[in-house]
Ligand binder design. Structure first.
Ligand code: HH2
Length: 312
């Protein structure tokens, strides 16, 4: 695996916003949020039918409590979703998606955490940004020019994810001549178009499980160092996905956090800037430990070890 010269945990990543954001610093280009190594995006689904946590955070109090817990555990961003994009999912009307998102966004807008909204509808993105969301996570990778316009007009960054097809049918027969080259070309093309149109910054996401077989997912995970070698930050979302069942035999999605961590620690070492996770606190902890192993200046390794203290 190729490593950036200073090690993955010391590599700096940034997102630029055209408006003040929690943790942002004013720069000539806008408000910048900068971090080192790999940060965590905590998943907050306010849907009845998401594949691993559907219905759990639908009541407003449960959603707010979960968001606060993830923020307090050290998540950089909370990704709020009002529509499931699991394989086979039918789309929900924009008004229904907004009915789910509005109360949560209103409640979380002043909570001092970066809020991303997981939507593929420009009209939902526009209202979410007006309600206080900071970033749009679009699983269709800004294929709709209207989504680019919404992000550019609000001066909000976007996560560009690759998906072959659409959620209802994407897993029927995914096919690529060269999955790594095709995903990379798509992400770079959409990023170029979005940045030229005025979207202030973007995250790139290979879209694990979105129109991909286990072989495609593994090829993308193994090729992450290629994708992260470029200047744009890369997000990886393997959380509780079916690949973990294929690799380790874990049929229940809610039982897949250990496998998720293994994949996300791999992604971090391969240079990912953000991992998207349901178990946000466990990820922050594991990434801190792994970063301390990678960075000789971090953690107790930077002090002289006390030879009288047993190490266990
Ligand atoms: N995965 C899911 C949803 N949104 N966004 C990005 N950028 N990357 C991902 O890998 C990704 C995503 C699927 O997970 P989840 O939100 O838990 O499920 P559902 O779509 O059923 O709500």
């Amino acid at each position: 695996m190729s490593r950036s010269p200073e090690g993955w945990s010391r590599r700096r990543h940034r997102l630029t916003f055209g408006f003040p954001v929690p943790g942002g610093e004013r720069t000539p280009d806008g408000w910048q949020v900068e971090w080192r190594g790999c940060a965590v995006m905590g998943v907050l689904n306010v849907t009845p039918d998401s594949f691993s946590d559907g219905g759990r955070h639908a009541p407003l109090q449960a959603a707010v409590a979960q968001a606060r817990a993830m923020r307090d555990a050290g998540a950089l961003l909370i990704d709020v979703g009002g529509e499931s994009t699991r394989p086979g999912a039918d789309p929900v009307p924009a008004e229904q998606e907004l009915d789910r998102l509005r109360p949560v966004l209103r409640a979380l807008a002043g909570e001092g955490v970066l809020l991303s909204v997981d939507t593929l509808k420009p009209e939902v993105a526009a209202e979410a940004l007006a309600l206080g969301a900071h970033l749009i996570n679009d699983v269709t990778g800004l294929r709709d020019p209207a989504m680019i316009r919404v992000c550019a007009e609000a001066a909000a960054p976007a996560c560009i994810m690759h998906m072959q097809g659409e959620p209802r049918t994407m897993q029927h027969s995914p096919h690529y001549a060269d999955v790594v080259a095709e995903v990379q070309a798509f992400l770079h093309d959409r990023a170029e178009v979005a940045l030229a149109a005025g979207v202030p910054s973007v995250l790139l996401d290979p879209g694990l499980g979105f129109g991909k077989t286990p072989v495609h997912n593994l090829a993308l995970l193994r090729a992450l160092p290629e994708l992260t070698a470029g200047p744009l930050p890369v997000l990886v979302g393997a959380s509780r996905k079916r690949l973990i069942d294929t690799l380790a035999g874990v049929p229940r999605a809610a039982d897949r956090d250990p496998g998720t961590l293994a994949l996300h620690l791999h992604a971090a070492r391969a240079g990912a800037a953000i991992v998207r996770a349901h178990a946000a606190g466990a990820h922050v902890q594991a990434l801190r430990v792994q970063a301390a192993l990678d960075d000789p200046e971090a953690g107790p390794g930077s002090q002289k070890p006390d030879p009288r203290k047993p190490s266990r």
